[in-house]
Write a protein that binds this ligand. Structure first.
Ligand SMILES: Cc1ncc(COP(=O)(O)O)c(C=O)c1O
Length: 386
């Protein structure tokens, strides 16, 4: 009975958001929410997105369904952006955001016989929930030393030994959430070799293309991996890269043999059909318009460059500061919006309660949410608690 339902614990991040909102202090600092903010603290609509929306409004002739696979031009253009020429050999389907793509991919893997998904930890907190919702078993695989801010690849290889052929591992393609620590090209190659040797499928999660070193640079590791393995599943989110979070724009790409592709495609279509039937149109149409028009595409690239420059500048500013027990200098080497600081629960609580500085309970900070003017106060507070 519905009356017997046990309540679920709320997402811990929502708790932080609520506490921040209710904090009356005028100088409070929000490093919790995972959205990009410009120098004024705003999350802007990108210029190219606004222009594409104006164009769509003027030219759209119908609101009928987009079709089972979604917007095929969107899929082709995003595929080209992510994989280059390799996109030609992939099955693809539009998804409801990167989250929807991850769920589609997990359901597909389960249909193909997978039982377990290795999750290099710490991972994006939604990964285990998605894996479990798809009736797969998440395998927690610690792979990062937070005190030293260092990747331990051998720990990951050991985790691959605990799963079977046809199981998978979710690897973040760039700008790791919550660590900011990405694999080097050599590490990607070593990972591909290790996965091939064990028959474990890479499930790549790309949610921040363009936020690290550049649009092509950020997918170099992903491409190296996809090139080397016979099968791969790739979830793409365009929420951040186009600043269209609420439009829920994503896609799933699958590399398999040509022979297996029709079955993969029909399984994906069936999973989507039983879930939400057809994907939403507007966000994907924006991305399609931006990527297919030379001027809009350039405008988007320019603004993405500005965003990346802003994040890198904030990282360099933080890295120049000295704080007792925190290797601040490594923040400059890390990529994208997030870093996770080696802070205890008590230190995170003190930062929030005494200094009005909000981060996740696991001490993830959204570097891209830190206003330049707030950096000195943030560093002073870190020195006071660390
Ligand atoms: C690592 C990672 N993957 C996937 C997503 C999903 O993005 P969305 O569902 O908003 O497109 C996010 C969003 O925060 C993320 O950080």
């Amino acid at each position: 009975m519905l009356a017997d339902l046990a309540p679920k614990a709320p997402d811990p991040l929502l708790k932080i958001i609520k506490m921040f909102r209710e904090d009356p202090r005028g100088d409070k600092i929000d490093l919790g929410v995972g959205v990009y903010k410009d120098a004024t603290g705003n999350t802007p609509v990108m210029r190219a997105v606004k222009d594409a929306e104006t164009l769509l409004l003027a030219t759209q002739k119908t609101k009928t369904y987009v079709g089972q696979q979604g917007d095929v031009d969107f899929l082709r253009l995003v595929g080209q952006l992510v994989f280059g020429d390799m996109a030609r050999d992939m099955a693809s389907i539009q998804a409801v955001g990167g989250t929807g793509a991850l769920r589609l991919g997990c359901d597909l893997l389960r249909e193909s016989g997978a039982k377990r998904i290795v999750l290099p930890a710490p991972c994006w907190p939604n990964h285990p929930s998605i894996v479990r919702a798809a009736r797969l078993e998440p395998i927690d695989a610690p792979f990062f030393n937070i005190a030293e801010q260092r990747i331990d690849l051998d720990a990951l290889f050991a985790a691959f030994d605990t799963v079977a052929r046809g199981d998978a591992v979710i690897l973040q393609a760039c700008c790791h959430n919550p660590l900011g620590a990405d694999f080097s090209l050599d590490q990607w190659t070593a990972l591909a070799d290790a996965l091939n040797a064990r028959g474990v499928i890479p499930f790549l999660d790309l949610a921040y293309q363009g936020f690290g070193d550049g649009i092509d640079e950020d997918v170099a590791g992903l491409r190296a991996m996809v090139e080397r393995v016979p099968e791969a599943v790739i979830a793409v989110s365009e929420a951040k890269s186009f600043g269209i979070y609420r439009e829920r724009v994503g896609a799933l790409y699958v590399k398999t043999s040509e022979k297996a592709r029709p079955a993969v495609m029909s399984n994906l279509a069936a999973i989507a059909r039983a879930n939400y039937s057809m994907p939403p149109d507007h966000g994907a149409a924006i991305v399609r318009e931006v990527l297919s028009d030379e001027a809009l595409r350039q405008s988007w690239r320019d603004e993405l460059d500005e965003i990346r420059t802003h994040i890198k500048r904030t990282r360099r500013r933080l890295a120049a500061e000295r704080v007792n027990s925190i290797p601040m200098h490594l923040i400059a080497d890390q990529k994208g919006m997030f870093s996770t600081l080696p802070l205890t629960d008590a230190q995170v609580t003190a930062l929030r309660e005494v200094h009005g500085i909000y981060m996740t309970d696991a001490a993830r900070i959204n570097v891209a949410g830190l206003r330049e003017a707030d950096i000195p106060r943030f560093v002073e507070a870190l020195r006071a608690v660390a």
